[in-house]
Design a protein around this ligand. Sequence first.
Ligand SMILES: C[S@@+](CC[C@H](N)C(=O)[O-])C[C@H]1O[C@@H](n2cnc3c(N)ncnc32)[C@H](O)[C@@H]1O
Length: 188
Amino acid sequence: MIFENAVTFVHRILRDVIPQRSVVIDATMGNGWDTALMAGLVGEGGIVYGFDIQQVALEVTSTRISETSADVRLLLCSHEEMALHIEPEHHGKVCAVTFNLGYLPGGDKDVTTHAETTRRAIEAARTLLAPGGVITIVCYRHAEGQKELETIRSLLATWPQDATACTETMFLNQVGNPPVVFVVVARS
Ligand SMILES: C[S@@+](CC[C@H](N)C(=O)[O-])C[C@H]1O[C@@H](n2cnc3c(N)ncnc32)[C@H](O)[C@@H]1O
């Protein structure tokens, strides 16, 4: 099996862990590719919550998922507040939360995710997971991304191993500054 890059690696994981009719979260909607993938996986009867702080991300994502039969809820809201926006009945039932950090490709690079809010969002995501649920995080290595990387690594290293399995992966022979992928699995 060959993974082309960090995003296809994460998509493979999402395809493996997201059942039909489940509840999932895209914590950084951006151009909507991850939301669209998740919507296709949960299908009719499933729910996708999508978060972004930019109106343009909601608009692009809304167009991209226009044909889906899933219930997709697009929220103009920072992801560290996600628990406030997930229906109480879905707390503890979320099968996957995906983060693709950084800035909107083709957009304003100054509007980016930040280490402290990202840390709080990942902590919130953990509280929402179902047993066996996953958090995936793609973290780029521009200046703010490097701070996020160190913050996430430190955070996940403190999580108890009887509750979660936390891993870090990177394409060692990819040119440039390849992103790092963190995966958290909540133990049953
Ligand atoms: C790399 S893009 C996401 C790519 C996207 N998942 C896709 O499939 O196209 C990162 C996104 O995170 C968003 N973002 C930045 N800070 C955020 C925050 N605090 N909460 C939610 N989204 C945020 C940006 O606006 C940007 O659209």
